[in-house]
Write a protein that binds this ligand. Sequence first.
Ligand code: ADP
Ligand code: ADP
Length: 232
Amino acid sequence: MIKLNNITKVFPSKNGVVKALNDVNLHVKKGEIHGVIGYSGAGKSTLIRCVNLLEKPTSGTVSINGVEMTSMSQEKLRKTRQKIGMIFQHFNLLKTATVYDNIAIPLKLLGYDKKEVETRVDKYLGIVDLLEKKHTYPSQLSGGQKQRVAIARALSQEPQILLSDEATSALDPETTNSILDLLLKINEELGITILLITHEMNVIQKICDYVYVIENGDLIEQGTAINLFTNP
Ligand code: ADP
Ligand code: ADP
């Protein structure tokens, strides 16, 4: 479903260049939850941003459902990106818009009619169990509730893939657990494939089918969570 082939990403820097990713290969199978774990600066954000080409790899290819994205026209890329939702550490909600509008505005921009927009907002706010907050503003919500709105917004475009960029890093342990339970539910009930990045081992252990360890731009280890973290 998601394939990164020999991805290298080099950024210019003050003293030359930084190699953020070094020949990375990764294969996320349909319906699974894969996680990339590593310390700050290891290359996690760069890696996940390469999946939807928010970051353009210096070399290597990205394929989604067997279709190579790296050489797509802008128009096709726009369409393929709609199959890929994303959530973030700091939620990225519009502060001046209600919960309803945070989800509705992107749908309207994509051209869905009013009826379809309303149906989807209600459906996905229901799935994240937040219908009663429809008319409130993000400032009136807890961190966990904000992340639920962001998840509903991502789901409302009915993606096949959800990318999670440190989605629980700003949350306390209890709230983290409830968001991870929600991601598991989304994976199981909606069949959405998930790729996440995190620096938290408990995230990996709780929900990931398969794990990659990244260090200085290299994937240094990979395997099932059980095999990777229970062997001495
Ligand atoms: P992580 O998400 O694991 O903290 P990043 O992918 O953000 O790691 O960063 C990996 C490396 O690439 C770091 O050395 C970082 O400083 C560098 N880097 C990331 N983005 C840029 C950029 N836009 N310009 C220059 N260097 C960058
Ligand atoms: P626009 O004219 O900008 O398309 P609408 O007529 O769809 O806006 O709605 C006006 C405002 O009413 C929206 O910005 C939204 O806050 C609110 N609204 C519309 N429909 C609903 C709904 N089904 N549930 C909650 N709020 C809604």
